[in-house]
Design a protein around this ligand. Structure first.
Ligand SMILES: [Zn+2]
Length: 305
């Protein structure tokens, strides 16, 4: 078929418009930022998506090139890397107890020839400016300030976080806060419980009435739904790639272990259960088994499957 020159021009213009729209859509779904730093290895490239790491935050690394598998060690922790369409991603986490200084990052990369190549670099951890606060646990719950109860509870949480989906379960909408009311207490601060025991605030709080609906931060799979000593009514969700979210002091739990939940799905209602001194929602995010600042995690760019 021969088209008159004018019609052919219009068809071409329309085709290029459609192609442009499709490209825009693809970019919308995956607006990868430029890396803040790129380090060349032997046959591979390591990209950083953060300038430095504040105490209690996570940053994303990407490996591209000749990579069949990879692992890093940072702050004495093993850092797994997960395969995505455009490379291998891993989280670097500065835990709350890390000191503000430079730390070595050691990377092992397995190439197609079966050889393991290494890369040594350094990452700066900066201060989180966390403050000390006194916190009163009501007398009938004061036994819950025991460090042993806290250690036991963390051991259980660690066990639930020891398995994670190797593919990201979050969708293109990523993560959102479980409530849209203002925060009443921020992550990371030192808490002196009843003037005797020091602990850290592992999440963020919203002071809200008992019964306020609580939404899942992102899609994922429920790995715990029940009652804990300190966290009271609690739900923990695996979002894949070693990212977990937790919702504490709930008065009602609407989900069960192994349920697949969607971002924004109501998983329970806020309450005042566990080691709580008033009605509120405590929500927390863990990456590679370490608690990280939830609001700053929500602001991170995340690759999607
Ligand atoms: Zn809290």
């Amino acid at each position: 078929m021969r088209l008159p020159p004018m019609t052919a021009a219009i068809v071409l213009a329309l085709l290029s418009l459609i192609a442009g729209l499709l490209t825009l859509r693809a970019q919308d779904a995956r607006p990868a930022p430029a890396p803040t730093l790129r380090v060349d290895g032997s046959g591979f490239v390591l990209d950083f998506f953060f300038p430095n790491l504040r105490q209690g935050t996570a940053g994303l690394l990407r490996l591209t090139g000749d990579v069949q598998a990879a692992q890093a060690v940072f702050l004495r922790q093993e850092v797994p890397f997960y395969r995505a369409a455009d490379g291998w991603y891993g989280w670097l986490v500065a835990d709350l107890d890390s000191l503000a200084r430079e730390y070595p990052l050691s990377l092992l990369v397995l190439g197609a020839d079966g050889q393991v190549r290494t890369l040594e670099t350094r990452v700066l951890v900066t201060s989180g400016d966390y403050i000390r606060q006194n916190f009163v646990v009501p007398s009938e719950r004061a036994y819950l300030i025991s460090p042993e109860i806290e250690r036991y509870e963390y051991a259980r949480l660690s066990a639930w976080m020891s398995q994670t989906s190797p593919v990201p379960l979050w969708s293109e909408t990523g993560f959102r806060a479980p409530l849209d009311t203002p925060l009443s207490a921020r992550f990371g601060d030192f808490r002196i419980l009843n003037e005797s025991v020091q602990t850290r605030h592992t999440g963020s709080d919203h002071g809200v009435p008992v019964g306020t609906p609580v939404a899942a931060m992102a899609s994922g799979r429920v790995v715990y739904a029940g009652v804990l000593d300190i966290r009271g009514g609690y739900v923990m969700i695996d979002h894949g790639w070693s990212v977990f979210s937790g919702y504490a002091h709930l008065s009602q739990v609407n989900v069960r272990v192994d349920d697949v939940v969607q971002a924004g799905q109501i998983i329970g209602a806020s309450g005042n259960s566990g080691r709580s001194s008033g009605p509120h929602l405590h929500w927390e995010v863990a990456v590679n088994g370490e608690w990280v600042d939830g609001p700053s995690f929500l602001s991170l760019w995340l690759p999607v499957r």
